[in-house]
Design a protein around this ligand. Structure first.
Ligand SMILES: [Zn+2]
Length: 289
């Protein structure tokens, strides 16, 4: 791993993170991401280029707008830094390859969707639908291991393996369809029982996107990780709420008691699976030896 290339990936990621901040602020509100130029969300005065350098400007201005002096959300430097570090992680994990490009695109989309869902509860189709198309495209351009598809074909007596490209696209399409179908069934069941939405259609589209990018094997890991982490979070919230009601502690609005949308868990799990999916899979298979 060359330090110069790593720094280049970091700078590249910071710039894309800066663009993501514009998307996160504007797309859920149906505003254009092209015009007008960057402006302070609080006082609407335009931001000059020197106050718009990713990460550095926020640090130099100590998180305050130069024009109105009000606090600028910590989300701005956080998204930039996170995108930068994930781009470096893609380079560290996959070198300079097609897989690195695929990983960076997936991380870009996921960070955007995670923060949009956390802030507004929305997973905009402007990100998920092109994301599904890009996932299928990358399956064709950068064929993966396609372990899931191979197992599936074997199970149906199809032992003659098709070309790696065809297998990879099949794996991607199956993962997108199965995970979206799985979440649609979960949504329908919840709706039938409780007569209200448990998941949004945004979650279903996000799952199809993750499936298209990661294929059957990794998508199974994502569904598992997201379900476990969301359940742990829900139980933690219940515990905090019951403690608050019993009156032992006087902090009803503690940070941990805020509900986190499910898309945050799905997106986070997909990032974990991208980098650690194979290690998790080996750990899981270790139980059957
Ligand atoms: Zn301002």
């Amino acid at each position: 791993m060359s330090p110069i290339v790593a720094i280049a990936f970091l700078v590249f990621g910071l710039a894309f993170g800066s663009f993501l901040n514009v998307c996160i602020s504007r797309i859920p509100n149906d505003l254009s991401i092209v015009a007008p130029r960057s402006y302070c969300p609080l006082c609407r005065s335009p931001i000059s280029w020197r106050d718009n350098v990713p990460l550095l400007s926020w640090i130099l201005l100590r998180g305050h707008c130069r024009a109105c002096g009000q606090r600028i959300s910590l989300r701005y430097p956080l998204v930039e830094l996170l995108t930068g570090l994930l781009f470096v992680a893609c380079y560290a994990s996959f070198g300079v390859s097609g897989m690195t490009c695929k990983g960076c695109v997936l991380c870009f989309l996921l960070v955007g969707l995670i923060f949009m869902d956390a802030e507004t509860g929305l997973l905009p189709a402007e990100f998920t639908y092109p994301g599904i198309a890009l996932g299928l495209l990358f399956a064709w351009l950068v064929p993966g291991q396609s372990t899931g598809a191979r197992l599936l074909l074997n199970a149906f007596g199809q032992h003659q393996a098709p070309s790696p490209t065809l297998l990879s696209v099949f794996d991607s399409v199956m993962a997108a369809a199965c995970s979206a179908g799985f979440f649609f069934l979960a949504w329908a069941l919840y709706f039938l029982v409780r007569k209200r939405d448990g998941l949004g259609f945004g979650d279903i589209a996000l799952m199809a996107m993750v499936g298209a990018f990661l294929g059957l094997k990794m998508t199974a890991i994502v569904v598992f990780l997201a379900s476990v982490s969301a359940t742990v979070h829900a139980l933690g919230m219940l515990a905090i709420r019951s403690r608050d009601e019993s009156g032992d502690e006087s902090e009803p609005d503690s940070f941990l008691s805020l509900p986190i949308p499910f898309g945050v868990f799905l997106g986070g799990s997909a990032i974990v699976a991208l980098f650690m999916g194979d290690a998790i899979w080996r750990w899981y298979l270790g139980f059957f030896r």
